[in-house]
Ligand binder design. Structure first.
Ligand SMILES: C[S@@+](CC[C@H](N)C(=O)[O-])C[C@H]1O[C@@H](n2cnc3c(N)ncnc32)[C@H](O)[C@@H]1O
Length: 162
C-alpha cells in the first residue's frame, strides 16, 4: 500500500519502511509520542503492544488524518492536527518513547531538522528515534566524500597546470 503526492511515493508499507521501525517496536512502552501519521504503521505497531498506555500522534494534514485515523481507532490513541515543529507539548508531560517521521525522503538535509526535535524532547522522553536517521547520516558522509574527492581532483589539476 502506498500514498503518493504528485506521482511521488511519500509513504508506504514496504518491508524497508517496516524494517526501520524495528527498534521503535522494541522500545515502545507506556506513553508514546509519534510525529507524523502517514499510513499509521508506527501508531499501529505501538498499539499492538499491551504495555503501551497512550499513543499521541501529531499530524499536519487533515486529509491524511481523515483517510487514516478511522482505520486505526483505539481508546489509547489521540491524533492531534498540528505542525510537529511548533506543537507545544502539555507542561510537564513526559513520554517513554518518541518517534519522529515527518520526512518524505531519505536525505542528508533531514539531519538538521531531526536535530531540533531530538533536542526538544531529549529531556522529555526515555528514548527517541527518527525515521531512517542512519541512512541520512550515510548519505551525508557519501556527499562529503564526493565533494572532497572533487576538490582534491581540482587541486591536483591546478597543481599540475604549467
Ligand atoms: C512518511 S509519513 C510517516 C509514515 C508513518 N511513520 C507510518 O507509520 O505510516 C510522514 C507524515 O508526516 C506528516 N508531516 C509532514 N510534516 C509534518 C509536520 N511538520 N508536522 C506533523 N506532521 C507532518 C505527513 O503529512 C505524513 O503523514
Amino acid at each position: 500500500m502506498r500514498l503518493t503526492r504528485g506521482g511521488n511515493t511519500i509513504m508506504s508499507n514496504m518491508p524497508s519502511e517496516i524494517r526501520d521501525l524495528v527498534e521503535f517496536r522494541l522500545r515502545a512502552t507506556g506513553d508514546v509520542l509519534i510525529n507524523g501519521l502517514g499510513l499509521g504503521i508506527a501508531a499501529q505497531i505501538a498499539l499492538a503492544n499491551a504495555d503501551v498506555s497512550t499513543v499521541t500522534v501529531i499530524a499536519i494534514s487533515g486529509d491524511v488524518i481523515g483517510l487514516v485515523a478511522p482505520h486505526i481507532a483505539d481508546h489509547r490513541l489521540r491524533v492531534i492536527q498540528a505542525d510537529a515543529h511548533n506543537w507545544r507539548a502539555p507542561e510537564g508531560m513526559r513520554w517513554d518513547v518518541v518517534w519522529h517521521d515527518i520526512w518524505d525522503d531519505i536525505c542528508a538535509d533531514n539531519l538538521s531538522e531531526m536535530a531540533k526535535p531530538h533536542r526538544r524532547y531529549g529531556r522529555r522522553c526515555d528514548w527517541q528515534g527518527s525515521w531512517c536517521r542512519a541512512e541520512c547520516e550515510r548519505a551525508g558522509r557519501l556527499w562529503r566524500q564526493s565533494i572532497q574527492r572533487l576538490a582534491s581532483g581540482d587541486s591536483r589539476r591546478h597543481s599540475t597546470t604549467p
